[in-house]
Design a protein around this ligand. Structure first.
Ligand code: ADP
Length: 267
């Protein structure tokens, strides 16, 4: 079984991904797709006149400010737009895709962060009404049931908090959790770069192989959103997923290429 996480950055279409999933299904391979929706959330928020905001943690990490209105927008963008786009494109190819959010069937249960420390104008303040969190439990039985029925699950944030609230969860890390819970042999994380670059944005500086013992050093090379991917890869490897591949979503046959070892292979 293969879990494929696909990003939503500009320049990424889902046609080549869905073509690959179709071929894999024809070869009898089970595939689970996970996606995020950060860019689509920004687009929708702007269309609705709700200016997206970001928080910077004392350690320098940036995250989306997800207030009560933004979690609704996030949910609509992820589940309504990105998810249905992928499901439709799978259906177009005769692949029986089924969309599911982290809320449905309690797929991704997690904890909502009670308080987030953020730096604003040089001053640290505490934000308490944010709807972000992390997944700590996957309803893997539900996903297996769908796979056994010949369906191809397409999994989307938000996650479900202990108090049954929707939470903004990082899709890379949710994909890692899902791959581990399902005992997948490979997790492929596609984005708009060829993999982990030693000197971003120089694409010729691709790191093609990493051992699990190199992951702490790799975290230092990665900046911004790539850090989350390396962290997700680390979580997956530590939870016994044998292989994680960070690869290019912009390529033709992005999944097939990744599986042939193009990208950053971590094992
Ligand atoms: P997605 O939306 O597809 O999940 P992101 O845009 O969140 O992907 O993450 C990938 C981004 O990480 C790249 O587009 C790049 O701007 C950034 N990045 C930062 N450091 C690195 C690095 N060392 N190697 C590759 N990408 C990096």
């Amino acid at each position: 079984m293969i879990v494929v996480k696909v990003g939503g950055a500009a320049g990424i279409g889902y046609d080549t991904l869905c073509d690959d999933v179709q071929s894999l299904r024809e070869q009898g391979e089970q595939v689970v797709i996970v996606h995020g929706g950060s860019d689509e959330t920004t687009r929708l928020a702007e269309q609705l006149g709700h200016e997206p905001q970001f928080l910077t943690s004392p350690s320098g990490h940036t995250s989306r400010r997800t207030d009560a209105e933004m979690i609704e927008i996030f949910q609509t963008a992820c589940c309504g737009r990105v998810n249905k786009r992928i499901v439709r494109q799978l259906q177009e190819r005769g692949v029986n895709g089924i969309g599911l959010s982290g809320l449905d069937g309690g797929l991704w249960r997690g904890r909502r962060k009670k308080a987030i420390r953020a730096i604003e104008d040089g001053v640290t303040r505490v934000v308490r009404d944010d709807y972000t969190g992390t997944v700590d439990e996957v309803n893997d039985g539900l996903v297996r049931m769908m796979l056994d029925a010949g369906l191809t699950p397409v999994l989307s944030p938000p996650g479900l908090s202990r108090d049954a609230e929707p939470i903004n969860v990082d899709a890379d890390r949710a994909a890692a959790r899902t791959a581990a819970a399902l005992g997948a042999e490979t997790l492929v994380i596609l984005s708009n770069v060829p993999g982990l670059l030693r000197e971003f944005p120089d694409e010729s500086s691709l790191i093609s192989e990493l051992a699990r013992t190199d992951l702490d050093t790799a975290l230092e090379v990665a900046e911004g959103r790539m850090k989350k991917k390396v962290l997700a890869a680390q979580e997956a490897i530590e939870a016994d997923v044998p292989r994680v591949i960070l690869a290019d979503a912009r390529a033709e046959e992005p999944v097939a290429r990744a599986l042939r070892g193009e990208g950053t292979v971590i094992s």
